[in-house]
Design a protein around this ligand. Sequence first.
Ligand SMILES: *Cc1c(COP(=O)(O)O)cnc(C)c1O
Length: 395
Amino acid sequence: MAHTDPLHYLKDELRALEAKGVRVHPPVLEGEQLPVAVFNGRRVINLGSNNYLGLTTHPRLRAAAEAAVRTLGTGSGAVRTITGTMRGHVELEAAIARFKGAEAAVVFQSGFTANAGTVSAVLGREDFIISDELNHASIIDGARLSRAAIKVFPHRDTQAAEKILAELAPQPGKKLLITDGVFSMDGDIAPLPELCALAEKYGAIMMVDDAHASGVLGRNGRGTVDHFGLHGRVQIQVGTLSKAVGALGGYVCGAAHLIEYLRLRGRPFLFSTSHPPAVTAACQAAFEVLEQEPERITRLWANTRRFQSGLRAAGFDLGRTETPITPIMIGDGRKTMEFSRALFEAGVLVTGIAFPTVPEGKARLRAIVTATHAPADLDEAVATIARVGKRDGII
Ligand SMILES: *Cc1c(COP(=O)(O)O)cnc(C)c1O
């Protein structure tokens, strides 16, 4: 007897995405994640990575990872709470806490699990999370897992956040005020000083997700708390090891009692195997590089200014970016994906971002500048984006 496929509805969903022009296939990188790299067999200027400082191929990270593989093998073999806590995990966490000036730090498998695992561990059903509408999906998932009530405020609207906090004041539940430090699709920076003041006024916990600020903002890339001088006023700081740090992972830092609690109740920490030694070794080397090679961050920002002023002069709308994340606002999803494809053909990889990653009608290209792009590559990219944009009626 012929069976009907119970998943057949997914084919309809795929056709619907196809009809919208957003059934996209990620480009396949051949070789290393470099500023000029080969994707799908084509050599392009690569404006698609979060490898802000070029650390994924840094000789010191590579050497540390190689040595760890040689001496310690390829896997940790267990979750952290059983036998998967290796010396490298402990040393990396101490290094992160020192770097961030925090009492303690805990490392998770990714920034995603750091956020989701932390929010779901520190809040419960009777609590409230007050969240910027553009916060990362991992924060939303953590909030859902916690079963706390989610109250969303319009992007960077501190008055709206205060209104929510004031309304919730009579409620006995805990309140967590949470924001991305740098917003991943727009490149703007959270109004963290104002949010800290609100958290203090209303007795809320302040949490910041510094995925795109780690290694980018603050002294030696210490993040938004350092950028704004808000030391001691943000109780939960999340960072990623997957972007500027050049490897993989996420971390949380804060008070010793927060970190110990996360080691006991953070579900990804308890139920998912810890990093292999090569990853922790590479991360340890990365924090040394952040301290010793601040010129990488200087170059990142110089490159950012060069690239963004070139695009603005060509007539592109870069939204409200304040960081190396460079949105090129288009609006229509299909048009955005077509522009991205045309640029790829012309030798520039810039990712098209459409619904559901950003709201309908707010599709855009997103270019990310790195420290390792040569100025000439950035100038060529600007010229190509402008030429193709004019040809295709974008500007
Ligand atoms: C990338 C990102 C994460 C997830 O970090 P990974 O280490 O890649 O899992 C979390 N939050 C924000 C804002 C991000 O941009």
